[in-house]
Design a protein around this ligand. Sequence first.
Ligand SMILES: NC(=O)c1ccc[n+]([C@@H]2O[C@H](COP(=O)([O-])OP(=O)(O)OC[C@H]3O[C@@H](n4cnc5c(N)ncnc54)[C@H](O)[C@@H]3O)[C@@H](O)[C@H]2O)c1
Length: 267
Amino acid sequence: MADNGSKAGGDRLEGKVAIVTGAARGLGASIAELYAGEGAKVLLTDVRDDEGEAVAAAIREAGGTAAYQHLDVTSPDEWTAAVERCERELGPCNVLVNNAFIYSQPAIADVSWEEWSRNIDVNLNGPFHGFRAVLPTMRERRDGTFVTISSSNGNEMSLPAQVSYQAAKAGLTAVTRHIAVAYAAEGIRANSIHPGPIRTPGLVEQDFMEMAEFIATGFPIQRLAEPEEVAWAAVYLASDESSYTTATELVIDGGSVSTINVPGKKG
Ligand SMILES: NC(=O)c1ccc[n+]([C@@H]2O[C@H](COP(=O)([O-])OP(=O)(O)OC[C@H]3O[C@@H](n4cnc5c(N)ncnc54)[C@H](O)[C@@H]3O)[C@@H](O)[C@H]2O)c1
């Protein structure tokens, strides 16, 4: 599929209609590509319209079914428009991947109220609008799966920085678990993926890549994740292969939260 060496090309997601947020690049683009490669119809959404259109076009060129829609996740109206377009052109959405995010570096003593609020707005309130936009149809059809892209940062571990991000991601995991518990009897599943550092444009923009590469040498799997190594988990969680899996948090971090990490070690 596409030009990224992906091995997708099966039918694991036949019958799935997915909306993926933040799909113009990084992990979201990788998820969209693998989903389409496995037979899902995919509505890619983002605020980076040129990049998003290009990813969707590449998917179509490779034989997949995909469209791109501008969607700022903080806008309930844009969510409504995206869900309506999805239903009109691809079919009722039965998979929602809340992946879009923005980064925020400061610790609690330093973060401004504006930065805190903006981060919570995109990273937690955005998915809130998304859950609510698709839940009515999913409940009516008794068919829906939420794949939440959370983070090990804020859930399994903390850093002495990035407080807004950690708060948003911990909240997002909690809401996902809540949905799993509240709507399981209605045929709806919800799970979170908790990645460690992934080699994406988002990580590069944080000016953190060099440090992340160094830190990752201390992980049991002594390197950063590539986007596809996390995206395959999103395929599993969207597929019927995971039909008994709900309210789960899947940590994909090269083993780093399971041990003491000593950067620079060899072997
Ligand atoms: N890269 C990592 O190291 C890492 C680690 C743990 C978790 N994650 C999670 O993975 C997900 C993807 O991260 P990434 O590294 O691929 O990020 P990225 O910055 O490369 O891509 C994020 C995308 O979200 C979009 N976006 C930002 N604000 C938006 C908004 N208001 N509405 C819609 N789209 C918006 C951006 O335009 C961008 O295309 C995030 O949820 C992130 O928290 C990433």
